[in-house]
Design a protein around this ligand. Structure first.
Ligand code: HEM
Length: 544
């Protein structure tokens, strides 16, 4: 071919592509479109959205584009996002229009995250389908029953164990904190505290896999479709998934075996197996092991986040730490607080709530996916749009939360602040915070979270002065960062060092004593249970 002909062909091709891209650019950025950052054809806005601390960029765009709407639009590799920065809009879209705005977007790096094909594995990620409906009912009833019945004892027991672990090995606090949350969930799910370490491991495994900051296939989604043989992401996920499911199933099978021997104390799994599948509509063992496993798993990183931030906020705000300690000492007369003291502890509750406002642990929010086209405030929203309720923006609204960047628990305690509510025996409460999500998908763990935080944070205040650690060489205080954290969907602070100073020798001794007593009671109850099981079996054998 002649060079001139080649040149003309090239020029035509480049011209065609440029015209096509320009047309597309005009189309996706047309005037009547919902405001938002300028989009590029095909990639939308993926090029300058950082994977790390994504919620900060979303908030920056909200300040630029939300205006009086309280929302803006963006796109990433074809996925459409309506980012909501005003909680009243979230209420309208996700509560009032919940009927068709309660689906979930697919998580690319999980197999069948929405259970569209019947995997039945991850309740919080499921589409709005039959599995979600029955598992939500199941989870709700088990968590409610647990809160009405036995779980306070489990929380007290594990908190006492934690205090002693902190006394004996304070430098391991990040591990023992999470392990305490895991032990509570393991006791509720299977009455088996030995599983806690593995539960935490699987919890972080799943959380990483489903987060945009996890495998690259969550952002560059086409990579997921490479053939298995050259696809390291799929291979790794297959292994993680299969191990996790096998472990959940093994927990259920072990429970059943122990029940047959009369050696299983009550727990979610034994309760379910006793009732049988019909009562709950679950399809069988696989689904039951998954819904219970998922409940246990979710209860680890969700509670570990605010509890870790509690340490950070107390170290940085000694005045509030002293106020919480004084309140507890006066209300409880020197003994370890319990949940029955809650109405008398508004300062404690205010500091917990303010910690969750100041450092929310799901800062980007959890997306809902639209199941139908909709018209909202004069704008067209196509089916499949992901509605992201940006919690970081809600909780930094300067009208509702004056001085939003600072830790100000008085906003919950003093008349004159927009968020003040009476009576203080009931408020502040973390239940209903925007951080727990919206409408039909609202979090089912609010009571567990509130109870666990009250028990654990009050126990810390009762036993310790939480302080910065001193450098052994220079004697200078080691900085505890306030803004260093991971970037997963649910966050916690990066590892830091701190000191747990017992408030007095007497408190230290009392903490050791109450744990020894609780441990001895627990062991005695377990032995008695096993003895009575043995006696029942012997009786049955004699009768036969
Ligand atoms: C600080 C603690 C927690 C926070 C901030 C939190 C936050 C959330 C959020 C934002 C959602 C999604 C809501 C939506 O889509 O609108 C959610 C769902 C859920 N949460 Fe929590 N959560 C916490 C603790 C827990 C705990 C301790 C449990 C259980 C033991 C739990 C169980 C669930 C379940 C099962 C769902 C799925 C609900 C559904 O999809 O229908 N959460 N949570």
């Amino acid at each position: 071919m002649q060079p001139f002909t080649l040149l003309v062909l090239w020029a035509s091709l480049v011209g065609f592509v440029a015209y096509h891209l320009y047309k597309l650019f005009k189309e996706i950025n047309h005037e009547r479109k919902i405001p938002g950052p300028t989009l590029l054809p095909y990639i939308g806005r993926v090029h300058d959205l950082p994977i790390q601390f994504m919620w900060l960029k979303f908030k920056e765009w909200a300040d630029q584009y939300s205006g009086t709407n309280g929302f803006y639009f963006t796109e990433m590799l074809g996925a459409k996002f309506l980012i909501v920065s005003d909680e009243k809009i979230a209420e309208e879209l996700l509560v009032k229009r919940a009927k068709y705005n309660s689906d979930r977007p697919m998580v690319r790096s999980l197999f069948d995250s929405k259970s569209t094909h019947g995997s039945m594995e991850y309740l919080p990620l499921m589409g709005r389908n039959q599995y979600w409906a029955r598992q939500r009912r199941f989870t709700h009833s088990y968590l409610t029953e647990a809160s009405n019945a036995q779980y306070n004892g489990v929380m007290y027991h594990e908190t006492k164990r934690w205090l002693v672990r902190l006394l004996e090995n304070p430098d391991d606090f990040a591990f023992s904190l999470e392990d305490m949350a895991a032990k509570i969930m393991c006791t509720l799910a299977w009455d088996d505290t030995d599983s806690s370490e593995y539960l935490s491991k699987t919890a972080w495994g799943l959380l990483t896999q489903m987060s945009p900051a996890g495998p690259i296939t969550n952002v560059l989604t086409p990579l997921w479709h490479l053939p298995m043989i050259i696809n390291p992401w799929k291979t790794a996920e297959r292994k993680r998934h299969d191990e996790q499911q096998a472990w959940w199933m093994e927990r259920l099978t072990n429970t059943r075996e122990k029940m047959a021997l009369g050696q299983q104390r009550p727990c979610f799994t034994s309760q379910h197996l006793e009732k049988g599948d019909k009562r709950s509509n679950l399809s069988g063992d696989y689904e039951a092991s998954s819904v219970i496993g998922m409940m246990a798993l979710v209860g680890v990183f969700t509670v570990a986040g605010p509890l870790s931030y509690w340490l950070v906020s107390m170290i940085h705000h000694p005045k509030w730490q002293a106020a919480v300690q004084k309140e507890i000492d006066e209300a409880c007369g020197g003994r370890l607080p319990t949940l029955t003291d809650t109405p008398k502890l508004p300062i404690l509750r205010a500091c917990i709530k303010e910690t969750m406002r100041w450092r929310p642990n799901v800062p980007a929010g959890v997306a809902h996916e639209m199941e139908a086209d909709d018209e909202f405030r004069g704008y067209f929203l196509p089916k499949g749009t992901r509605i992201l309720p940006l919690d970081w923006a809600f909780l930094r609204n300067p009208v509702k939360y004056p001085d939003p960047d600072n830790f100000r628990p008085e906003r919950w305690l003093e008349p004159g602040w927009p968020t003040f509510q009476e009576p203080l025996s009931q408020y502040p409460t973390i239940k209903g915070m925007t951080s727990f999500g919206w409408g039909q998908r609202q979090c089912l763990g609010q009571t567990v979270t509130q109870d666990e935080l009250i028990v654990a944070c009050s126990a810390l205040a009762w036993c310790f002065n939480l302080k910065a650690k001193k450098d052994p060489v220079t004697g200078n205080e080691l900085l505890v960062p306030v803004d260093k954290c991971n970037s997963l969907l649910i966050i916690k602070p990066d590892p830091f060092e701190m000191a747990f100073e017992p408030r007095s020798q007497a408190r230290k001794e009392e903490a050791l004593r109450v744990w020894a007593e609780s441990d001895a009671n627990d062991k005695r109850e377990r032995e008695e249970f096993l003895l009575s099981a043995k006696a029942t079996i012997n009786e049955k054998v004699e009768i036969v």
